[in-house]
Write a protein that binds this ligand. Structure first.
Ligand SMILES: Cc1cc2nc3c(=O)[nH]c(=O)nc-3n(C[C@H](O)[C@H](O)[C@H](O)COP(=O)(O)O)c2cc1C
Length: 179
């Protein structure tokens, strides 16, 4: 798919077809695409926990998502995106952030990886929904996610049952300054 088309085709999808979950091989391709992203000193602190079986996706929807996000992602698989804290942009010897932005660069790196992942899914014919409204404590418990990982987004991946409209974006002039 041509790159500009790919960018514009990716949309947040909130309705998925039954039987449209990606298989484990496809999930691996998505993660490999995510790993092509840049990261602080190539530290690659992003981690992904995939919820794929019918039994686990049902449990996940019931215990880890608010009802509105569970409904929107029904029939999809889930990728829980986390990052290992205190590594990216962090001086492990002095236990201080590397700059004034603080100890948050792992989150930045994970965002870069996530967009790669979403675009790869689009290229492979899958749709996605990034969800920031989720119960991190319940996710940690259900998936036994180590304490050293900060849990960020839950990404639903499946086959779209709707063709969502493209939400309007700000004008480039509103977000760009050139001097
Ligand atoms: C960090 C983040 C958290 C989000 N959380 C949710 C969510 O909990 N539920 C939801 O339906 N959409 C969620 N979204 C999707 C956004 O609403 C969506 O990306 C935005 O409206 C732009 O639409 P588009 O993705 O189709 O371009 C989230 C997106 C991001 C990046």
């Amino acid at each position: 798919m041509e790159f500009q088309t790919l960018l514009e085709t990716r949309r947040s999808v909130r309705s998925y077809l039954p039987g449209g979950k990606p298989d484990a091989e496809t999930i691996k391709k998505l993660i490999a695409a995510a790993q092509e992203a840049p990261s602080w000193k190539n530290t690659e602190t992003g981690r992904y926990h995939c919820v794929l079986s019918d039994e686990m996706t049902a449990k996940f929807q019931e215990t880890c998502l608010p009802p509105f996000n569970a409904t929107r992602s029904m029939n999809a698989a889930y990728l829980v995106a986390t990052y290992v804290r205190d590594v990216s942009g962090y001086n492990v010897h002095e236990k201080t952030p590397e700059n004034e932005a603080g100890n948050g660069w792992g989150c930045y790196d994970l965002g870069l990886q996530t967009e790669n992942l979403l675009l790869k899914a689009t290229e492979l014919g899958y749709s996605t929904l990034v969800m920031g409204i989720r119960d991190a404590d319940a996710i940690r418990k259900l998936l036994s996610i180590p304490e050293e990982e900060n849990i960020m987004a839950v990404i639903a991946v499946g086959k779209a049952a709707e063709a969502p409209f493209r939400p309007k974006r700000k004008a480039v002039e509103d977000v760009l300054t050139i001097c």
